[in-house]
Write a protein that binds this ligand. Structure first.
Ligand code: GTP
Ligand code: MG
Length: 279
């Protein structure tokens, strides 16, 4: 497990070395979990749970962790992905990481530069696309984002690509017009996919902590979210936020962003994640 999960991991590794009675040093472990960005309610459920007949305390703890976490596999090609989230959360960077992941697994990827508000945003995606081996469909700044995404899906179909990923401009979830525009982009993309699988992924910046919940709830109510990618986990050195996000939102986390380089990306599977924490 990478460095930023090391505190979380060493806590659980310590627990797994203890006997059943030592496991119930509740106060100490609750404080530790709170300091890792878990909510009090989660810390209580993890540490304060009753013993489960037939399960060792550590196995019971792992079970409770898996009940709190929610994960799902990445959408399988052929497919379309729409990336949404607030400004600077990591959408464009994550599109490149995700694109690279699909390319590394043998799929062809095309991306649509749907953030047409800033020339720099189009340029950023173009540079990253070249670096990871994705095609890009782009237009001049100011063009209707929905039309760019539509063109990207058309290119995906014509060129028989496996994955199409649409970038969008950072949105304030509280701005009605912006959310309305996102709805339009999603409906245009869904229609253009013509029955191919599609997912909308919300990018959440781990460093903003609890402020992300309301944001995610509003995006989910208005746009519909199929999965979450939590970015900037390297900036928190905590990792407990993953539990808090899952517990609050009950929307599956599909992947984690753990740095600025294109390989700082992990697929999230709760079973594997929990086992890794105890190693
Ligand atoms: N440390 C770290 N930085 C990240 C991660 N993901 C993205 N970033 C950085 O966060 C900043 C914003 O990333 P972008 O991908 O441009 O974010 P965005 O959501 O597309 O931003 P807008 O298009 O302005 O809304 C960049 O400096 C990225 O390098 C991550 O997992 N870890
Ligand atoms: Mg961007």
């Amino acid at each position: 497990m990478q460095g930023f999960f090391s505190r979380l991991s060493s806590l659980f590794t310590t627990l797994s070395g203890k006997s059943g009675t030592a496991l119930i040093d509740r106060e100490h472990y609750t404080d530790e979990l709170l300091s890792l960005d878990m909510s009090f309610s989660i810390a209580e459920r993890l540490i304060g749970g009753r013993e489960t007949p037939g399960r060792t305390p550590v196995d019971a703890l792992k079970d409770r962790m898996k009940q709190i976490l929610v994960s799902a596999p990445l959408i399988e090609p052929k497919c379309g992905i729409l990336m949404i989230g607030i400004n600077g959360s990591g959408k464009t960077t994550t599109i490149a990481k995700l694109g690279k992941w699909y390319v590394d697994h043998g799929y062809s990827v095309i991306t649509g530069a749907g953030d047409t508000y800033r020339a720099a945003a189009i340029e950023q995606l173009a540079i990253l696309s070249g670096r990871v081996g994705m095609d890009i469909v782009k237009a001049m700044p100011g063009v209707d984002p929905a039309s760019v995404i539509h063109d990207a899906v058309t290119a995906y179909k014509h060129r028989s690509r496996d994955v199409v990923i649409g970038d969008t401009a950072g949105r304030l979830h509280t701005n009605v017009n912006l959310v309305h525009e996102l709805k339009k982009i999603k409906s245009v993309m869904t229609k253009a996919m013509a029955g191919d699988r599609m997912a909308t992924y919300l990018i959440i910046d781990a460093t903003i902590g609890k402020n992300s919940f309301q944001q995610a709830k509003l995006f989910n109510e208005n746009i519909g979210i199929d999965g979450i990618i939590i970015t900037k986990l390297d900036g928190t050195a905590k990792g407990g936020i993953i539990f808090t996000i899952c517990d609050e939102l009950r929307i599956p986390v599909v992947a984690l962003g753990t740095g600025e380089s294109m390989d700082d990306f992990m697929i999230f599977d709760k079973g594997t994640f929990v086992e890794e924490l105890f190693k």
